[in-house]
Design a protein around this ligand. Structure first.
Ligand SMILES: [Zn+2]
Length: 226
């Protein structure tokens, strides 16, 4: 089984098929700090892996094995900084609880305003957003490639978009995006709709769309490593 190390997120940038009344928006980039070092360009095969690892749904190390947090690293302490209003905090807690319920174990320690936390979650104003105007969020992570372990994850939300917790048709659902970004923080990568159209790790989310439930495939992929 071939492993295609084609996770260069910039290679995927495009607008998804649109429903007549909604514009589908790419949720985010994965922004590996260390992971892509040594990897090939999109579509170039640079290593082989066992079949069981071929569709992990996870960020892959250069040996094509999934990169995840070690048991001793859990729970992942993530701080919601003060740029994120109280309105959205419970949605983020709920998103973390959704992953934890599926895993049957504590995965996150989500705290408020801890500047010293290794992992941070924040809103970024329009002028400071540096990841692409078509993105509603971004997760930037560091990995230890040799040990196939996650080291840290930073989650950013693009304040040039309107976020909501009540399903407003003209807004991005905060709980859905938080669930998706926390999936990245666990090491999960984007999943094509052709593989799992119900996955919360699909890269696009329309305004007013609520996607707060893990798919059966999400559960399986999560439970493979957590
Ligand atoms: Zn994403």
């Amino acid at each position: 089984m071939r492993c295609l190390l084609n996770q260069n997120p910039r290679a995927e940038l495009k607008i998804a098929p649109q429903r007549p009344e909604r514009r589908w928006i790419r949720i985010c980039y994965l922004l590996p700090i260390l992971f892509l070092i040594g990897c090939g360009v999109q579509g170039e095969e640079i290593c082989t892996i066992p079949a069981t690892e071929s569709d992990t749904g996870y960020v892959l190390a250069s040996d094509c094995h999934a990169v995840v947090w070690g048991s001793s690293d859990l729970p992942i302490r993530i701080s919601i900084d003060d740029s994120i209003s109280d309105t959205f905090v419970n949605a983020i807690f709920d998103a973390a609880a959704t992953w934890e319920s599926a895993a049957g174990r504590r995965l996150f320690e989500v705290v408020r305003n801890d500047d010293g936390a290794l992992n941070q979650m924040s809103f970024v104003s329009n002028g400071d957003w540096k990841f692409g105007s078509d993105l509603t969020a971004a997760t930037q992570f560091a990995t230890n490639n040799k040990e196939r372990r996650m080291i840290s994850a930073q989650i950013y939300f693009n304040l040039s978009y309107k976020f909501s917790i009540s399903g407003e048709r003209d807004a991005i659902d905060m709980a859905s995006v938080a669930l998706h970004e926390l999936g990245h923080a666990l090491g999960l990568t984007h999943l094509d709709t052709a593989i799992d159209a119900e996955s919360v790790m699909n890269a696009y989310l329309g305004r007013g769309v609520i996607r707060r439930t893990l798919s059966r495939g999400d559960l399986e992929r999560l439970n493979n490593h957590y």
